[in-house]
Design a binder for this molecule. Sequence first.
Ligand code: HEM
Length: 250
Amino acid sequence: MSTLYAVLFYVATIIMIVGTAMKVLKYARTPAPLKIPVSPAPRTKRGVWFRMFKEVAFFQSLFKSNKWIWIFAVLFHAGMLLVLLRHFRYFIQPVWWWVELIQPIGVYASFAMLLGLGGLLIRRIVVPRIRYISNPSDYLMLILFLGIAITGMMMKFVMGTDILMVKQFFLGLLRFQILELPMQPGVLIHLALVLILMIIFPISKLLHAPGVFFAPSRTQVDNAREFRHLSAWASQLPPLPEGIPEEGDS
Ligand code: HEM
């Protein structure tokens, strides 16, 4: 069983990294023929950096559109971030000081993650407008995360697990050695769900995480009045009349 998990973790890691890199490359190469920044939009590159920072760190546009979803989304994402940072202790030895520091906060973060996921799932079920546009994958992703969070919390608060053995197993994988995993249902289910998450990541809606950095509606500078916007493939168009600058000329 430990060998099976080890092989699956290697395969899943390759699928996740290569698959996501291929998707990101595709996004980066997709031309954006039109100027479509959502206004009010920044008029300089520095302004776009600031806009993206607010979007990624505080989910600004979601805050403007729906406060309830914003609260649940922040609880889920911020909770998950802290939980994942707390998990660093399974992969490094000696454990970095700041990973030690966040251990207690990470435990509370799992409750925030659970609450956020619960809110997002209930919204999909009870709001008719959202239920109408929800696909099976929308529910399944939430259920997958709920499964990971619940099995993790069961290990932490109810069943307990041999954390040292789990850590030995993952440190072993990093050195290309296969060691024993504890044969406890909590660990095995938690890790099986994590494997599913890693494998489907590059073909799932979770690609919104890298994708936000390639959304022209957020990343374009609002300078259509100063410069003519021309995507690379359109450069064979007739030259501009004298005096009209191309974007990037200045
Ligand atoms: C290979 C990757 C992972 C390993 C080895 C792992 C291992 C573990 C272990 C051993 C625990 C129990 C901690 C304890 O008893 O103190 C745990 C808890 C937990 N895990 Fe994971 N996990 C992994 C990935 C993930 C991922 C990707 C998520 C979320 C998306 C996650 C969410 C949680 C949560 C919410 C808890 C309960 C709170 C906590 O103890 O931090 N885990 N995990």
